[in-house]
Design a protein around this ligand. Structure first.
Ligand SMILES: C[S@@+](CC[C@H](N)C(=O)[O-])C[C@H]1O[C@@H](n2cnc3c(N)ncnc32)[C@H](O)[C@@H]1O
Length: 245
């Protein structure tokens, strides 16, 4: 699949998923993400939410940031983000692979759950680095490679991918899954590209950054580590002081 096709299919899937979520789902989702985005990262800063979806992170940052810019490839994603975000934010329809911003513009860049859905994560990362100011902070949310959950997700998605999306969606509705649960399940099964990164790999890709820190919002404890591992994790890093070339 070429980049254009990947982006079209990805945008169509998420547009349908965002469309199903109610205001209550949005607020629940936003509450969960609030713990992950440190207030000190965005307060008084010029921020970018790269791959903003329905705008949960945009909305959090807009409460205290100096300026917020948000991009996504999905038309409906941007429409629902515009509805969900009360404060002034500049939204643009754009791919992470070609961001419509000058070098060194932002002090804080967040991209949660996006670069692993592109067909060129290294290029996406490079774009995020390009638009980030020297000494600015990048926060990425990524799929990792450890934990039993990871295998359950991969096997289920291989088995169910052959069943048409509409049918699985209908079954989930009949079984009483709420829209947010449906979002998580359908996202896992049908997203066209889902890459996974070991912590070592992503660190090796983050050339030009320092102070790398890995976190997770899974419950703590040995058993939880075995179950969840790094199925999903966050990495924050500071761009080197020297001017990016
Ligand atoms: C898993 S959702 C995450 C949304 C949001 N970051 C959040 O934390 O709720 C992925 C989003 O990234 C967008 N996306 C995927 N590939 C993209 C790309 N190449 N450029 C911009 N947005 C992209 C999708 O349209 C979707 O809205």
């Amino acid at each position: 699949m070429n980049t254009e096709k990947v982006e079209k299919r990805t945008a169509d899937l998420y547009d349908d998923l965002w469309n199903d979520l109610t205001k209550k789902d949005f607020l629940k989702y936003k509450l969960r993400l609030r713990k992950t985005i440190p207030e000190s990262g965005y307060t008084g800063k010029i921020c970018l939410d790269a791959g903003c979806g329905q705008g949960a992170i945009t909305s959090i940052m807009s409460e205290k940031a100096k300026e917020v810019y948000s991009v996504d490839i999905g038309k409906k994603a941007l429409e629902s983000a515009r509805k969900n975000v009360k404060k002034r934010v500049i939204f643009k329809k754009s791919s992470l692979l070609n961001l419509p911003f000058p070098d060194n513009k932002f002090e804080f860049v967040v991209s949660n759950g996006v670069i692993h859905h592109t067909d060129n994560p290294a290029k996406a990362l490079n774009e995020l680095k390009r638009v980030l100011m020297p000494e600015g902070t990048l926060l990425l949310g990524l799929y990792g490679k450890t934990g039993i959950l990871r295998y359950v997700i991969e096997i289920t998605s291989i088995l169910l991918k052959w069943v048409p999306y509409r049918i699985i969606k209908k079954i989930l509705v009949i079984l009483g899954f709420n829209p947010l649960m449906r979002y998580y399940i359908l996202d896992y099964i049908y997203v066209p590209v889902r890459k996974r990164f070991s912590i070592k790999k992503i660190k090796s890709m983050m050339d030009g950054f320092s102070d790398l820190r890995v976190t997770s919002d899974y419950p703590k404890g040995r058993l939880n580590r075995i179950i969840y591992g790094t199925n999903y994790f966050y990495i924050t890093a500071r761009k080197h002081k020297k001017v990016y070339k």
